[in-house]
Design a protein around this ligand. Structure first.
Ligand code: AMP
Length: 416
């Protein structure tokens, strides 16, 4: 497989798919530039080698229509400043052939938001799934998606995919475009390579013990990943809002705590599977219960399966925090996805903080720790501990799908 280190970019034009879907404030100012910074090593390497850059990305969900709110024109100056070279802008990504042809080595062209065209996502617009013409519209859209991808491909000599955040999507710019380049002219960027390596460390190169921590609000959105991990981990911590679905399933009283009543059997099934597979399943024994969903609510520590009426569990209790730390501290491989409590409220961060601290300590002792999925990343950043873990993934859905064991279309399109 061609790699970014082996490819000779000198005199070539590279079209690079990045994830510049950065959050903007009401004045169009970037509020978090992590994603831009993530792509810089790849972009700078191509420029330093004497290549020209055509950068493409999506921003937001414009649903196939031009919408100035989601224009990448708003970030041209920021990208230019970070790359240290002027960045030209193509206001229509599908009509940029002349601008691309005029690029000289070392020059950069940023294309307008790919999702201003419905072809990028390849979903038919203005027709319902139930409508009789839907299948025909879908087929027609797949054809125009190929044309759109071919147009993008025609701008460049080689294709680089460095957008891990969208690698789980089979979109024109993330996967279909790769069909228009031969194997020697398409490759993953540095960020993608790092993400793939990090996932590989927790799926294939596992050093034991392996502890996975799954939190967040619901068990239903994490079930695929929990089931896949069950075959791999030694310790599985389930925390956050999903705790109460497990407590209720086992006959506990959970007051007003968040609960998925239609997932009680699923919770019992997970408990049984963990037992059968010899996985040490760690569930909260106590919790911080609050009398309202608010940072200023009154609180008390109660058993997670005996929460008084009118109260709800919003964080892991002290006994639980200790149990979590125990299961994390000796681990050599750690995966964390999802907070242990409503960490957005400062008074309910203790459970997540205990996890973050135990991970930091294990990492110091040689563990590989991967943190991924928006909220746990927000958590670790809130605690200022981002530099104390091995790797923080830039992918939310993409990371979860990769860990579920699914083949990501963006990676398959290049690796074959
Ligand atoms: P998810 O999107 O499923 O990963 O869940 C993340 C969200 O779960 C965060 O916004 C947390 O505030 C929320 N969360 C964590 N613990 C609880 C809890 N005990 N009750 C309600 N929400 C929770």
């Amino acid at each position: 497989m061609m790699t970014i280190d082996n490819y000779k970019f000198a005199g070539k034009k590279a079209i690079v798919r990045v994830d510049f879907n950065v959050p903007l404030d009401e004045n169009g100012k970037i509020t978090d530039d992590t994603r831009i910074r993530g792509a810089l090593p790849t972009l700078k390497k191509i420029l330093a080698d004497g290549g020209a850059l055509i950068i493409m990305s999506h921003m937001g969900k414009p649903k196939g229509k031009v919408n100035p709110k989601f224009s990448l024109g708003q970030i041209v100056d920021a990208v230019s400043e970070k790359l240290g070279v002027p960045v030209k802008f193509a206001p229509d990504c599908a009509k940029a052939a002349d601008a691309a042809a005029a690029l000289k080595p070392g020059e950069v062209l940023l294309l307008e938001n790919l999702r201003f065209y419905p072809e990028e996502e390849g979903k038919p617009v203005g027709i319902d799934k139930e409508d009789p013409g839907y299948e025909a519209a879908k087929k027609a859209m797949k054809e125009s998606q190929k044309e759109f991808a071919k147009t993008l491909a025609s701008y460049a000599d080689c294709y680089v995919n460095d957008a891990f955040g969208t690698a789980h999507r089979k979109h024109a710019s993330t996967a279909v475009i790769a069909d228009y380049f031969d194997a020697d002219n398409k490759m993953l960027g540095y960020l993608m390579e790092k993400e793939v390596q990090a996932v590989d460390n927790v799926l294939s190169n596992i050093k034991r013990p392996f502890t996975a921590i799954m939190g967040g609000s619901k068990v239903s959105t994490k079930i695929g990943i929990i089931e896949n991990l069950m075959d791999k981990v030694d310790n599985l911590i389930l925390c956050g809002g999903m705790t109460y679905t497990f407590a209720k399933a086992q006959g506990g009283k959970i007051g007003n705590s968040i609960c998925e009543d239609d997932k009680l059997d699923l919770a019992l099934d997970i408990i049984a599977k963990a037992k059968a597979k010899g996985v040490n399943l760690v569930l909260g024994s106590d919790c911080v219960a609050a009398d309202a969903f608010s940072n200023d609510a009154n609180t008390q520590i109660v058993p997670a399966n005996d929460i008084p009426e009118g109260w709800e569990g919003l964080d892991a209790g002290p006994e639980t925090q200790k149990a979590f730390a125990e299961a994390i501290k000796g681990a050599k491989t750690i995966l964390w996805n999802g907070p242990a409590g409503v960490f957005e409220f400062d008074n309910f961060t203790a459970g997540s903080r205990a996890i973050a601290e135990a991970i930091a300590e294990a990492t110091k002792n040689g563990a590989f720790s991967l943190i991924g999925g928006g909220d746990s990343v927000a958590c670790i950043n809130k605690f200022g501990m981002a530099d104390q873990v091995s790797y923080i993934s830039t992918g939310g859905g993409a990371l979860l799908e990769a860990i579920e064991g699914k083949i990501l279309p963006g990676i398959a399109a290049i690796k074959g």
